[in-house]
Design a protein around this ligand. Structure first.
Ligand code: MG
Length: 388
């Protein structure tokens, strides 16, 4: 089996929304296709993926560095001799040739898109959902194809009336979600507390609502919010401070008794190891949100989970950031706690396949082969354009 060509194209997200720090109206994502010489149903077998959501396209790193490395690899270098298929770990290693360790930034997202496309390809070659391919690869059974999902939204919309947040959450509830996440830190604290209270009027108990500050707060602000929110007993309090400030996280964990969540801005096993060692993360309570679509793909992500388990943390507390189909399959395949979903935002990448049914906060893995991008009509368009 041989790679014939690798295609990449930036796609603009449809999202004029903001969290505490970022407006997403200019955000883009790279869609990639790895086209092989293997033929399925009369067409070249092709693996598709993109570099998650919430960052930018990686056209430069992909086109100038990583794609040329893969296309010039010696015959057989990227192949698993047992399966005679592309090996995700070998593809990642080749894409990362001549790159120094550490400093995991945009290249981690670029490499993810390529590594993930290999999983999509291999699942399609088996004619099975990627969740099953992932589970088999890591020696796990996919006994429970239903996974817990929560709706992420509650962004700051320009000129949004106060009731709009409730209407948004009500819409998620009507479509089967029972747990929600909303943004904080983009308004003064008294206004944010009112927003939380109005969200709780829809969500009910605090355990149905998480809040996300997107790394905005100083320690003092993080503690002040924590104290003010303690009576709500929220499901979790996400990224209160700078995601790399482990000392802040540790001090906040001492001051705030509810669950904290972080990890979506850590892109390597070593970053996660440091988080486990120095950030005061509490076992069987705090939530880990590393996103395989931003952090070199499933190969590296699986080592993060191993690192968690080696240190006594349960993978059921892993809820990958991302809110898209790749995360859905990874949560199912690796038996993680649950999956973020963006049902209404970050289109065409956010959310699941057309007609996805959410019941009581649970979703069933779609039966399409691979990650099933082809079954999400608005996402199928950029991939169809990419592949001509
Ligand atoms: Mg977040």
């Amino acid at each position: 089996m041989k790679i014939v060509k690798i295609l990449e194209q930036p796609v603009r997200l449809k999202s004029n929304i903001s969290n505490a720090l970022v407006n997403f109206s200019t955000h883009t994502v790279s869609v990639v296709a790895i086209v092989t010489d293997k033929i399925i149903n009369g067409k070249p077998a092709t693996g598709l993926a993109f570099n998650s959501i919430g960052r930018f396209d990686q056209s430069g790193i992909l086109r100038n560095r990583m794609i040329p490395r893969l296309l010039s690899a010696k015959p057989g270098l990227l192949i698993n001799p047992e399966t005679e298929r592309l090996c995700p770990a070998k593809v990642l290693k080749c894409a990362m040739q001549n790159e120094k360790p550490g400093g995991h930034g945009d290249r981690a997202h670029a490499a993810s898109a390529l590594e993930m496309a290999v999983w999509d390809l291999n699942a399609k070659l088996e004619d099975e959902p990627a969740a099953i391919t992932i589970a088999r690869h890591f020696g796990r059974s996919l006994a429970i194809p239903k996974i817990s999902v929560y709706a992420a939204g509650g962004y700051y919309h320009e000129g949004q009336p106060a009731r709009a947040l409730q209407d948004e959450l009500k819409g998620y509830q009507d479509s089967g979600f029972t747990m929600f996440k909303m943004k904080i830190g983009g308004a003064p604290m008294d206004q944010d507390l009112k927003r939380i209270e109005s969200a709780l009027e829809i969500g009910g108990a605090g355990e149905n609502l998480a809040v996300d500050a997107n790394g905005r707060f100083t320690l003092e602000q993080a503690i002040a919010y924590g104290q003010a929110m303690t009576p709500y007993a929220l499901r979790w309090y996400e990224e209160p401070g700078d995601p790399l400030d482990y000392h802040l996280n540790r001090q906040l964990a001492d001051a705030y008794e509810g669950p904290l969540a972080t990890g979506e801005n850590l892109f390597s096993r070593q970053d996660v190891k440091n988080l486990l060692m120095y950030a005061g993360m509490r076992r069987n309570q705090d939530i880990f949100q590393m996103d395989p679509g931003l952090s070199y793909g499933i190969t590296e992500y699986a080592t993060m989970i191993t690192e968690m388990e080696k240190n006594g943390y349960d993978r059921k507390f892993a809820y990958p950031h991302g809110g898209q189909l790749m995360g859905f399959h990874i949560v199912a395949g690796l038996g993680l706690g649950g999956c973020e979903v963006y049902p209404g935002v970050f289109q065409p990448m956010g959310g699941f396949q057309d007609g996805a049914v959410i019941e009581n906060g649970m979703a069933t893995i779609p039966d399409a082969p691979g990650f099933g991008f082809e079954r999400k009509s608005n996402l199928a368009v950029p991939f169809a354009e990419l592949c001509g």
